[in-house]
Design a protein around this ligand. Structure first.
Ligand code: PAF
Length: 297
């Protein structure tokens, strides 16, 4: 199977190494020529809970005649628009697409793609070293997947599942994408802004009672906005992600430390917008947004 992976962050490199290890032919598309040449020279190194070095091809630009069976888009949510424009040549080539982003803001843009689209939620704790193709696997979680739009109308969910070469990962297929993305949104709303404000690892939000109380206040607001009733179950879930990724710095904290744009609109901004529409108050999250927005370049 020929797979294009767009994005050479922690998730993109992790999936690229996993697919290549599973015997697929992988090409990683990077934003800069420099990062493509690092991958071509050194391969992708996984350290921590998974450890190997995998040679993978990387490129900076797509050739006109190139085609793939599967395109995995693993860029930050605010780059999805640009990626769709840049890789428009692939739209008509019948490839399947898998999008793995935090937040829910980018979904509408995906309706323009004429072939099958799938969504993924990454729950492994991953940390990419700056300027290197090295990903530290700090927590083993799951890769949740769901169909967004299946153009292979005749194929059952089981057949769709075999399209994905993630035999060496814990993949869980979900019945619908909406709940899957909402669950991840709740996790990200609870963990990402607070770890960025406090500059702490994910595990501390669970072990420090003062931090946990603050996180619970964020939790109540996002659950109210999403009008979710499964409070107890979801709170357990949030705490379990804190535990599984305890040694990890959230992606928002990493972005903040590196002076990069934060996924603030896709995560907190999305909840504030929905809360505003539904006239549901979000004072804690509004405050968190205001504290962080100045740091988002
Ligand atoms: O964005 C992140 O950092 C991750 O989605 C998660 C699950 C919060 C783990 O750090």
């Amino acid at each position: 199977m020929k797979i294009a992976i767009i994005g050479a962050g922690a998730v993109g490199l992790f999936l690229a190494a996993s697919c290549q290890k599973a015997g697929q032919s992988v090409t990683v598309f990077t934003r800069t020529e420099a990062s493509a040449s690092v991958i071509n020279k050194e391969g992708i190194t996984l350290t921590g809970r998974m450890s190997n070095i995998t040679p993978v091809e990387a490129k900076h630009e797509l050739n006109e005649n190139e085609t793939f069976d599967l395109v995995i888009v693993a860029v930050k949510s605010y780059h999805v628009s640009n990626v769709l424009k840049q890789f428009k040549l692939l739209w008509q080539k019948g490839c399947s697409w898998l999008f793995v982003q935090n937040g829910m803001d980018h979904l509408e843009e995906l309706t323009a793609i004429p072939s099958s689209v799938y969504l993924g939620v990454m729950e492994y704790g991953l940390y990419k070293h700056d300027h290197r193709a090295v990903v530290d696997v700090r927590g083993i979680g799951q890769l949740k997947m769901a169909v967004y739009r299946n153009k292979q109308v005749s194929s059952s969910n089981k057949e769709v599942e075999t399209l994905f070469p993630f035999s060496n990962l814990n993949v869980v297929w979900m019945d619908g994408y909406q709940k899957m993305l909402e669950d991840k949104l709740v996790v990200n709303v609870c963990i990402n802004p607070l770890t960025a404000i406090l500059q702490v690892k994910n595990g501390e939000l669970r072990t420090n009672p003062i931090y946990q109380k603050e996180m619970h206040a964020y939790f109540i607001e996002v659950m109210n906005v999403l009008e979710r009733g499964d409070m107890e179950q979801m709170w357990e879930y949030v705490l379990s992600v804190c535990l599984k990724t305890a040694a990890n710095e959230s992606s928002m904290l990493v972005d903040l430390k590196r002076g990069r744009k934060l996924e603030l609109d896709a995560i907190v901004g999305y909840v504030l917008k929905r809360g505003h529409e539904k006239r549901i108050g979000t004072p804690k999250l509004t405050n968190a947004y205001e504290q962080l927005v100045g740091s988002s370049v």
